[in-house]
Design a protein around this ligand. Structure first.
Ligand SMILES: [Zn+2]
Length: 250
């Protein structure tokens, strides 16, 4: 058997929810594929909140982190607004050197307890993007910690110091969705909101300039991913997600 068989069709993600929290390592992580799906959901009247674990302050070679943090947070706020997201939390953990562990789980669990989502979105945390394109350490740490933090958030005896005043445990997350995972078996039709996804990536202007990728075109780039994904759902454009059910017996 060679690898020439077409990838399997993607199941549509459930849309019977009202509130989602997206937890990613860096400003721009949602915009490299998932933002058009967010735009579709906010257009349906759903509430989506972004949580940036770092401010991406180590992301621009020619800019000192103190300056870079401000630039990237501002770009992320503008980018989120384009897809209907008004709340962006910045956890302020150090860009580039995140470590999977209890500290990271605690920071994410606090965000889950604060926002009480039914769905938690994160980025791909597999070792690669498929093929031989290696994933990045912060992405892997955040994705793994997010899965754990969703369970931690529901247990009043884990990180109990967070439960003062109005904060209660939250065990209501039904599924965690990892965007752009090479193991994706689900997808979202983003045909109608594809342009908003492009605009939200273009909003990261300083970051894109800093990458130094010659002639990088956000539209072309996103289209090159969304079109083959769309064909797995019988639509023009789509975004892929790996689904992790947080219940038992599924
Ligand atoms: Zn990233």
């Amino acid at each position: 058997m060679t690898d020439s068989s077409p990838p399997p069709p993607l199941e549509p993600l459930t849309e019977d929810w009202r509130c989602a929290l997206a937890v990613v390592a860096h400003p721009d992580d949602m915009e490299f594929g998932a933002a058009a799906a967010v735009a579709r959901w906010t257009r349906q009247g759903k509430h989506v909140v972004y949580c940036m674990v770092t401010s991406g302050e180590a992301g621009i070679d020619g800019m000192h982190p103190d300056e870079c943090r401000k630039v990237r947070e501002a770009e992320q706020l503008a980018s989120a607004k384009i897809v209907g997201v008004d709340t962006v939390d910045f956890l302020g953990l150090p860009d580039g050197i995140l470590e999977y562990g209890v500290g990271l789980r605690a920071a994410i669990a606090a965000s889950v307890r604060a926002h009480r989502p039914e769905i938690v979105i994160t980025g791909n945390f597999r070792d690669t993007w498929g093929g031989r394109n290696l994933n990045q350490a912060d992405h892997i740490a955040v994705g793994k910690a997010t899965l754990d933090a969703v369970r931690d958030a529901g247990n009043r005896w884990v990180f109990p110091e967070q439960l003062d005043g109005d904060v209660e445990p939250w065990g209501g997350v039904r599924e965690v969705w990892a965007a752009s995972s090479p193991e994706s078996r689900h997808g979202v039709d983003t045909t109608d909101t594809f342009d908003l996804g492009v605009a939200s990536l273009a909003a990261h202007g300083a970051y894109i300039d800093g990458l130094g990728w010659e002639d990088f075109d956000p539209e072309e780039f996103l289209e090159s991913m969304a079109r083959p994904t769309g064909s797995r759902m019988g639509v023009r454009f789509a975004a892929p997600f790996e689904v992790f059910s947080m219940g038992w017996g599924e």
